[in-house]
Design a protein around this ligand. Structure first.
Ligand code: GDP
Length: 326
């Protein structure tokens, strides 16, 4: 693969080249890895930034419906929209949802849109890196908005939040009056909560749910660096396209405020640092477990611990000390 050729095409916004470039960054092969790093390095110089929007919600809440109508609304405004999914396909009910052809069918036909199916890798660290690099590629390709979707399972929200400028939590209207078992940590990350399906018979329940969450989210998290009223909870109907323009306006308000106050740049900077450190940590783990001597020492110490000859902590401390000396 000619890296300079593909870099040029990606920079020109060629969607096929973008798809190939993402395939390259997903590859586990050593030579591909080197090419992927070179590609990223070349494209970094363009200095292009998209608005990265992380979107989380449990299966069935309406994420694909939302992305389709929200994406179409943006495309009509002339914005270029890319959609990426973070979760390994095994984490999704019913297989790879993004692989399902009926998902976002209309959006996928739009010339200004780019939709990338979920990768098949299951290792979260690998998925995080691939998504991060795919986001950067979409930015280099000149997309204005990159939507990064995740289902509400495991740690993928944290990954998405660390990749996004804005984190949106999509909820369904609740029947009862208790909060829907949404993990506190996810709520704390949300900049905007959207209660979907605010239409027909669900409308009243959606309004109640919105009010519940508006109160809860403000108690949970008040960011001194955000303007008054955020985090916000709003109602939308992805199916009927209701409230989407308002949601977009609120997103822009928040983003503009953060840009004007330097928080956009500082968030990007701390994310870059986070991913660098994460990459080093992952690399160290891989290097250690690939080393036969370390693996043998691990096995031996593990046996000793299992047989009660030493404590887990003593054995770990000894092993780490030996590794540190090398
Ligand atoms: P996902 O699993 O989060 O991607 O959810 P989907 O977008 O596939 O939607 C799950 C179900 O909810 C589908 O049957 C949709 O038609 C329905 N749905 C999605 N958005 C809305 C909405 O705004 N209103 C109503 N009434 N149903 C919706």
């Amino acid at each position: 693969m000619d890296v300079s050729d593909i870099a040029q095409k990606v920079a020109a916004g060629d969607r096929r080249a973008l798809a190939r470039a993402i395939t390259l960054v997903e590859s586990q092969r050593g030579d591909h890895r080197a090419q992927a790093l070179e590609l990223a390095e070349r494209l970094r110089g363009l200095g292009r930034q998209a608005l990265r929007i992380g979107l989380s919600g449990t299966p069935g809440v309406g994420k694909s419906t939302f992305i389709e109508s929200f994406g179409l609304m943006l495309v009509v405004q002339g914005l270029r929209v890319a959609v990426l999914a973070v979760d390994p396909s095994s984490a999704r009910t019913g297989g790879s949802i993004l692989g399902d052809k009926t998902r976002m069918e209309r959006l996928s036909r739009e010339p200004l849109a780019f939709i990338r199916p979920s990768p098949s890798q299951t290792h979260l660290g690998g998925v995080a890196r691939r998504t991060r690099e795919a986001v950067a590629l979409c930015e280099a390709a000149g997309f204005d908005v990159v939507l990064i979707e995740t289902v509400g399972v495991g740690q993928s929200e944290t990954v998405v939040a660390e990749l996004s400028d804005l984190f949106i939590l999509l909820l369904a209207p609740a029947g009862g009056d208790e909060l829907q078992g949404v993990k506190r940590g996810i709520m704390e990350m949300a900049d905007i909560i959207l209660v979907n399906k605010a239409d027909g018979d669900f409308k009243a329940a959606a309004m109640r749910t919105r009010a519940d969450y508006a109160g809860a989210v403000r108690l949970l998290r008040r960011r001194p660096q955000d303007p008054d009223g955020f985090p916000k909870a709003l109602t939308v109907s992805a199916a009927e396209g209701l409230g989407l323009a308002k949601a977009w306006a609120e997103m822009q308000t928040l983003v503009e405020w953060r840009r004007a106050h330097g928080h956009w740049d500082s968030r990007r900077a701390s994310q870059a640092r986070h991913w660098f450190e994460e990459e080093v940590r992952q690399g160290l783990l891989v290097a250690l477990t690939a080393d036969p001597a370390t693996r043998a020492a691990m096995r031996q110490a593990g046996d000793a611990v299992a047989q009660g000859q030493t404590t887990p902590d003593r054995a770990a401390a000894d092993l780490l000390a030996r590794i540190a000396k090398r």
